[in-house]
Write a protein that binds this ligand. Structure first.
Ligand SMILES: NC(=O)c1ccc[n+]([C@@H]2O[C@H](COP(=O)([O-])OP(=O)(O)OC[C@H]3O[C@@H](n4cnc5c(N)ncnc54)[C@H](O)[C@@H]3O)[C@@H](O)[C@H]2O)c1
Length: 419
């Protein structure tokens, strides 16, 4: 049943009653949980992915995303119940669906400009199967202005008009890896911003059923895009502050972790933690969506965070020198390779930069992380995994008890790096 133009309550009723067919484009770490939760809440869901292995596995009721509590059970149950299927044919899915949700990645190209190729490809296949009354929702984080300036014209190649014949809204995915199902179902409210009032209204009707914390409608799609980018930028700049404070604390012989813990007891202070840099799909990427000549602070924060791996290796060099050793030729294990503790993700991980700096200075580098297999360490970090053998030095980029299991003569933790 088409939902664009209906009141939110009516959309919710139809969605719960299984009368709305939703196509979710991109069955990755965010898209598969979203598709499974939509199905769990009553919709008939068609997952679309260009990867045939992903499609085949979903159709067999299998979950290919690791480390997401409840996801396996949700996928199995909803595939068995016939509410969740998958296909590689995005145009056919659009023909069948009433609501199309886009959750394919936007990454950065070599010049740090957003690469919209996957988004454009999805829009083109949706345009090939769209009908009057459809609603398109974009959950992928986008540079402000993309929904109305790029997506709407691409969808209008269907011959239909956005805001007249079909609805279009940006509804950013705010979930965090490792807790995606819980976040989607209502750890915090959903933000929705339509290109017109009717798009926002229909989107509210859908996400109210999904998110127990409710929906926050914002003025338009560009506002919604900016909300998500702002969340990422806030964290990047905040971490840069923590990193600079760590450098200052060092000069004064002060422990920055003690400073931050005490400062954060004041309700208006929420300093993040210093470290080897910032990684993952989101925080190091989104600032580049808005960096220009007016965003000096945001650009500088990016530079500060990216420079931390170099600082860390210089400090390591000092520590070795004090013991009469050199980085060149030394055996060093880098411990804690994922971009943050407890999450099996190495995208933009600061560990990779640390390893590059160490290799450039001639060190013999090994990697260790209990969340990664030996093959994953080789392919994602370009180093040999440490396999129980003893090394002289180990540098621990984040906790998790990794350091306890390492067979190293000298273990260096971040606290010592910043001391
Ligand atoms: N990963 C995160 O922590 C996170 C958190 C919040 C929001 N997001 C947003 O979600 C987006 C997707 O992230 P993800 O982690 O799910 O990515 P992912 O790499 O895990 O999955 C993306 C999926 O999209 C598929 N795909 C690529 N091009 C396609 C196309 N043209 N048609 C259909 N499918 C296609 C891929 O095969 C893959 O299965 C991010 O770009 C970001 O905007 C991510």
């Amino acid at each position: 049943m088409k939902v664009y133009g209906l009141p939110a309550d009516e959309v919710s009723r139809l969605f719960r009653g299984g009368e709305v067919c939703v196509a979710v484009y991109g069955l990755g770490k965010m898209g598969l949980p979203l598709a499974a939760v939509f199905a769990e809440r009553g919709a008939r869901v068609i997952g679309v992915d260009i990867n045939p292995r992903v499609v085949e596995s979903v159709n067999r009721g299998l979950n290919h995303i690791e480390g997401e509590p409840k996801l396996g059970e949700l996928v199995r149950r909803n595939v068995r119940a016939g509410r969740l299927t998958a296909t590689t044919d995005g145009e056919a899915a659009a023909r069948e669906a009433d609501v199309m949700v886009i959750l394919v990645p936007v990454v950065l190209d070599a010049e740090k400009r957003p690469d919209l190729r996957a988004l454009r490809a999805v829009c083109t296949s949706i345009a090939g199967g769209m009908e009057k009354g459809d609603l398109v929702l974009i959950e992928t984080t986008l540079p402000p202005g993309t929904t109305s300036g790029v997506v709407a014209p691409l969808l209008e190649s269907s011959g239909l008009r956005a805001g007249e014949d079909f609805g279009l809204a940006h509804c950013p995915e705010r979930a965090m890896t490792g807790r995606v199902v819980e976040d989607i179902m209502g750890a915090y409210p959903k933000i929705v911003g339509g290109i017109d009032r009717r798009s926002t209204e229909a989107a509210i009707g859908i996400y109210r059923v999904v998110n127990s914390r409710g929906v926050i409608p914002v003025t338009n799609a560009t506002t919604a895009e900016m909300v998500k980018v702002a969340e990422g930028v806030y964290r990047d700049v905040n971490i840069a502050i923590a990193n600079e404070l760590a450098l200052v604390a060092r000069k004064h012989g002060v422990d920055v972790w003690e400073v931050i813990k005490a400062a954060n007891t004041q309700p208006y202070c929420n300093l993040h933690m210093p470290g080897a840099g910032v990684g993952g799909h989101c925080i190091p990427v989104y600032p580049w969506f808005i960096i220009d000549e007016d965003t000096r602070l945001i650009r500088t924060a990016r530079e500060v965070n990216d420079s931390m791996s170099g600082f860390l290796v210089s400090r390591l060099e000092d520590i070795l020198r004090r013991e009469g050793e050199r980085l060149e030729g030394s055996e060093i294990a880098v411990v804690g390779l994922t971009y943050r503790p407890g999450v099996k993700e190495t995208y933009h991980s600061p560990a990779r930069l640390v390893i590059e700096h160490l290799k450039r200075r001639g060190a013999r580098v090994y990697g260790y992380d209990p969340l990664l297999s030996e093959e994953e360490i080789r392919s994602s970090m370009g180093v040999e995994p440490l396999n129980g053998e003893r090394v002289k030095w180990a540098v621990c980029l984040h906790g998790n008890g990794h350091e306890l299991r390492i067979n190293a003569e000298r273990k260096i933790e971040l606290r010592q790096i910043f001391a």
